[in-house]
Design a binder for this molecule. Sequence first.
Ligand code: ATP
Ligand code: MG
Length: 187
Amino acid sequence: MESADEASKALLEKYRKGLVQIYTGNGKGKTTAAFGQALRALGQGYRVCVIQFMKGRKYGECLAAEQHLPGLTVHLTGLDSFVMRENPAPLDVELARQGFELARRAIASNDYEMVILDELNVAADFQLIPLAEIVNLIKDKPAGVDLILTGRYAPPELLALADTVTEMREVRHHYNAGVKDRAGIEF
Ligand code: ATP
Ligand code: MG
């Protein structure tokens, strides 16, 4: 027998509207903002799945999830090398498509209240994944699932479907002053 508390929580959950958020633009902070949102959601009991496109290396957020954050699942789908926009390697395309299948399954699974598709905007812009399939994924998502897409160059077709769009604008970045990539800041 569930308590009144549990029953009202279940009811709230049933009618919760999952939002679509996009973090794009050329300033720093898109992926880390998505993980900040994940942290907040985890604290409120969500189960969160992150799929990182075009990333073949465990960044700090992935390591933190493994070590400290049960409830946050992170999948990497890509190589630890740059993808060429005009001429992506067949393996880059294959891995992005595998990641997309994983995303489809995660969104439909009922196992997660929030799904974050990190750098999917870039994978769309590079045409690693057909834009129409991403559009359908967003349109057909279960109502309760919160979805976040990150990455530069978000195509207008995706922006049009989002409830919230935030553009990170570069005002200054330490890279341009010669500061090298640093563990804990860049990865
Ligand atoms: P972060 O992962 O730090 O939140 P991001 O997701 O906004 O950054 P990406 O476009 O995914 O940035 O690029 C990944 C890395 O490139 C980041 O770790 C970041 O420090 C670096 N970076 C982001 N923006 C810039 C920029 N405008 N100039 C130089 N390097 C940048
Ligand atoms: Mg990023």
